[in-house]
Design a protein around this ligand. Structure first.
Ligand code: 13P
Ligand code: SF4
Length: 367
């Protein structure tokens, strides 16, 4: 079976939802929300499409969504508008009787897929062989539950883009070295901001099973997993130079999943929440080139007509997997619930959830 056929098999949505008018889909979504009331909770990530985010009970960045899931003990159904790793996190942090639903199972994350447990176990064996007991693993929430469980098992914590600095600082109070998975860019940007030089960082390549480093290996403080976000890697220093040339005075703000070079050249860098708040609090007439996902940039544009807002990349960067959650899938998931059928439930095995929760709880206690 080829990849397209496999993806098709993950999508059980009946054909009729595909041809429904937007207005009808919206009316149906409103009606189920009204019927289910507080039995239903809909969290939505900032990168979600407008057609879906309009129905969210709460929107947020990864940290806020994890905190909301941990707090909510009343909703029977949590229809998660985001990607698979976020729904897994919600399942881990909510009660057994609460069902977490991802409207389209194809909403994965290419970054999370860049580290599997087998690769991580092999890397850990090689790294502990080389550095002994000096390493603490940290994992970006953009990862599978299995990797979070690995990190929980080894005393580490999860991080998000809004708390990475705090958690890396905490990690250095525990051990001499940090093993940061799976986003090398967030790891590098965070460690650099804390005073770790590039020479003190090494990159673990899971395919070559090798450690690459520009400095002396014994001085390495941070080991970065060679993973990245396929959306944010599309922002480049060239684009920044182009903006500086053609639109002098424009502010450049980027997400820390962008490369170190891009973050260094930008004026500001931070999580989706930070980007939203910085632009919201900026004076009218201010001008912004934004290096993050396109649904969020478009939303910022029309929410702030008094400011000039453009994408740093003129060809824009959608997250294709975030965009999988569309109105037809969302309404299908809701209507199934109102008929008592739970479709696309995300369930993390108890033993994995238990250890992953240790890593998440450490982060939530520190955040
Ligand atoms: P934040 O919302 O934490 O900034 O994360 C961005 C992201 O890539 C989510 O997939
Ligand atoms: Fe994954 Fe990047 Fe999409 Fe976030 S934006 S879900 S990290 S691919």
């Amino acid at each position: 079976m080829n990849v397209l056929e496999q993806l098709k098999r993950l999508d059980d949505m009946p054909e009729r939802y595909k041809t429904m008018e937007k207005s009808e889909l919206e009316a149906r979504a409103r009606s189920v929300k009204e019927r289910l009331g507080r039995r239903l909770f809909i969290p939505g990530h900032h990168y979600q499409k407008d057609e879906v985010i309009q129905f969210a009970d709460a929107t947020g960045d990864s940290l806020q969504l994890a905190q909301l899931a941990a707090k909510n003990d009343e909703a029977e159904y949590i229809v998660f508008c985001g990607v698979h790793f976020m729904a897994e996190t919600a399942d881990i942090l909510t009660g057994e009787e609460q069902a977490v639903i991802l409207p389209d199972l194809r909403a994965g994350c290419s970054m999370a897929d860049m580290a599997d447990l087998f690769q991580v176990e092999r890397a850990w064996a090689a790294l502990t062989d080389r550095f002994g007991e000096t390493i603490l693993p940290l994992v970006y929430v953009n990862s599978t539950a299995a990797i979070k469980a690995f990190v929980g098992r080894h005393g580490g914590a999860t991080v998000t883009s809004s708390n990475a600095k705090n958690i890396v600082q905490w990690a250095f109070s525990q051990k001499e070295r940090v093993f940061f998975l799976p986003d090398q860019h967030l790891g590098r940007n965070t460690a650099y901001a804390l005073g770790v030089s590039l020479d003190e960082m090494a990159v673990w390549d899971p395919h070559e099973e090798s450690l690459q480093c520009t400095g002396a290996i014994d001085n390495v403080k941070v080991i970065l997993w060679k993973g990245h976000c396929s959306v944010h890697e599309n922002f480049t220093v060239r684009q920044i130079e182009q903006i500086r040339r053609t639109k002098p005075g424009m502010n450049i703000i980027v997400h820390p999943e962008c490369s170190w070079e891009v973050v260094q050249q930008a004026d500001y860098a931070g999580s989706t929440k930070y980007i939203i708040e910085t632009i919201r609090n900026a004076p009218p007439g201010s001008r912004w080139a934004v290096g993050t996902e396109m649904n969020l940039v478009n939303r910022l544009k029309y929410e702030h007509p008094d400011k000039e807002i453009i994408s740093l990349n003129p060809y824009m960067c959608p997250c294709l997997t975030m965009n999988r959650i569309d109105l037809p899938h969302f309404v299908w998931a809701l209507e199934s619930l109102s008929e008592g059928i739970v479709v696309n439930r995300i369930t993390v095995l108890n033993e994995v959830a238990f250890e992953a929760k240790r890593a998440l709880d450490r982060m939530l206690a520190l955040a």
